[in-house]
Design a protein around this ligand. Structure first.
Ligand code: GTP
Ligand code: MG
Length: 527
């Protein structure tokens, strides 16, 4: 296969939504068609042996929620797919935002009973800002939900985007019969069985074809005809151009848990979804078809494989060809680095990968110098646009009551910090060196405690520091930093890299502290 074809057949996308809309369930079902898992692990059937490939972390399996994004590589119909399943919970949204940096397009899931929810809105805004094309999948049609036309309207109103329904549901909840494919003019009917089987699609001339009518009760049929007519009249013509510009979203209906409408969706989605896109860098744009290798690290994860206990840096290839053992520039350190341990990822499983192309996501192990946001390249050195980071709003002190576990505790804290889900600080005005954890959401603390115990064997105690609401990195001349005036409601801390941080109790105190120190910049992130 030519280099050009390799790049053109890559599809790299993320699945996003509010918690529980069914991202991991849809991911599992998409994998089925890639032949990647024989029996997709069911999120609902947690107690059984089968487990969701995508939710691999112990705590994810225990709770049935996604905590960290997962990369899954598979092939389907000649496409090389890099799928990113993201967590919906806002406490883990930093990970989701970073993962979006590695994707060229997005599948946005909606729960048909709930429509657009808070977290969906926030995530959509990120896609909009970056101009990422979005396909909408309205899930859980096997359950009663809101009127499909009303859902389309909500997406249009809230997001200021046009919608174009590719298929249309026939009935809903108990009366759900299947979907009508508006483009192919095929009726896909669904049979309510234990395993959510469905019949082979019926090709029809259009919605007035007697074969359509024969498949369903009269009331359902009349409703379908009416809605299709409304869509044909008032709905938008599909424009691939508008979709790629992020101004129109194709909409699909289905039921991921029942595996209904999923293959149809995958096939059409892959035709729509864009190839690897150009990427912004400090020396202009990087063309995916350029022969010179480049990529960036967007995620770091320790202990994915309990057998290896190592750390994986996830690299998105942006141009050229990656080959195992190649030497690349690491502009942040100015060093050359050999990439010898490269993996194709599949949830927690991995296999050695020898080559990869723009769009691919490769897991690199044994390179402990990598940090989130690092560029790797050949040719003239440059750096990709920075990966966004977020201001922590929750703080807690962590104690290790067992001195014999000191080493494991330090190592655990250090590795989890490098993953970027938490920041670590230390108070400067006290003798004790208990780490203070700072995160975007409280759930991260639970994750840290759980992982310290399950991955490092350290049982810890957490002391909430709920009185603190803001952390600000103080930046300025050394002279100014030496003379910082501390107020009663602020406490001096230092982060893991020795930068000065003020932990502050409340908005008012923050403003007061800033007024007192006009020569200092108060940054809400370290950089
Ligand atoms: N009835 C019905 N339930 C579904 C469907 N798809 C998913 N579910 C259920 O919805 C729940 C949440 O599914 P997940 O796939 O874990 O949702 P998620 O979006 O990955 O959630 P987070 O990753 O935690 O944000 C599970 O109990 C699923 O079984 C569907 O089509 N119909
Ligand atoms: Mg999930």
């Amino acid at each position: 296969m030519s280099f050009e074809t390799q790049v053109k057949t890559r599809r790299t996308f993320a699945i996003i939504s509010h918690p529980d809309a069914g991202k991991t369930t849809l991911t599992e079902k998409l994998l089925l068609y890639g032949g990647a898992v024989n029996l997709a692990g069911s999120v609902a059937a947690k107690k059984q042996q089968r487990q969701a490939t995508s939710d691999w972390m112990a705590l994810e399996r225990q709770r049935g929620i996604s905590i960290t994004s997962t990369v899954l590589n598979f092939e389907y119909n000649g496409f090389h797919i890099n799928l990113l399943d993201t967590p919906g919970h806002q406490d883990f949204s930093e990970d989701t935002y970073r993962t979006l940096m590695a994707a060229d397009s997005v599948i946005m899931l909606l729960d048909n009973a709930k429509g657009v929810e808070t977290q969906t809105k926030k995530l959509y805004q990120v896609c909009k800002r970056r101009g990422i094309p979005v396909v909408t999948f309205i899930n859980k049609l096997d359950r009663p939900g809101r009127e499909p036309l009303e859902l389309l309207d909500e997406v249009e109103q809230l997001f200021g985007i046009r919608t174009c329904a590719f298929n249309w549901p026939v009935g809903m909840g108990d009366t759900f019969k299947g979907v009508y494919d508006r483009r192919e003019k095929k009726l896909h009917t669904f049979e309510r069985t234990d395993h959510g089987k469905y019949k082979a699609p019926v090709s029809v001339a259009d919605v007035h074809d007697p074969a359509v009518k024969a498949q369903m009760p009269e009331y359902t049929y009349n409703q379908l005809v009416e809605e299709i007519e409304i869509l044909d009249m008032a709905g938008e013509e599909f424009s691939h151009e508008l979709y790629l510009e992020g101004k129109m979203t194709p909409v699909f209906f289905g039921s991921a848990a029942n595996n209904f409408g999923v293959e149809l969706f995958l096939a059409q989605f892959l035709q729509l979804a864009p190839e690897p896109s150009h990427r912004k860098a400090n020396n202009g744009e990087v063309d995916p078809a350029s022969p010179t290798f480049s990529g960036f690290i967007f995620k770091i994860q320790a202990n994915m494989d309990p057998q290896h206990r190592d750390r994986i840096a996830f690299m998105r290839v942006c141009s050229g060809q990656f080959s195992r053992d190649m030497q690349v520039k690491h502009p942040r350190s100015g060093k050359m680095i050999r990439l010898s341990h490269s993996h194709r990822l599949f949830g927690q499983d991995r296999e050695t990968v020898n080559e990869a192309y723009a769009g691919d996501i490769v897991g690199l192990s044994s390179n402990d110098q990598f940090a989130i946001g690092d560029t790797l390249c050949n040719g003239p050195a440059f750096e990709f646009e920075p990966i966004p980071s977020f201001a922590p709003e929750c703080f807690a002190m962590l104690r290790n009551p067992n001195p014999s576990k000191y080493k494991q505790f330090q190592k655990g804290i250090d590795q989890l910090r490098q993953e970027g889900a938490i920041q670590v600080m230390y108070f400067q005005d006290s003798g004790q060196r208990n780490p203070i954890l700072a995160a975007v959401g409280r759930l991260q603390f639970e994750v840290v405690q759980f992982r310290l115990l399950s991955e490092y064997g350290v049982d810890t105690q957490l002391e909430n520091l709920g009185e603190y609401t803001h952390a600000r990195w103080l930046v300025g001349d050394q002279d100014a930093l030496d003379k910082v005036e501390w107020i009663v409601n602020a406490r001096k801390a230092e982060d893991a890299d020795g930068r000065i941080v003020a932990l502050i109790k409340g908005e008012w105190a923050l403003n007061y502290m800033m007024e007192k120190n006009p020569h200092i910049r108060f940054q809400d992130t370290p950089y």
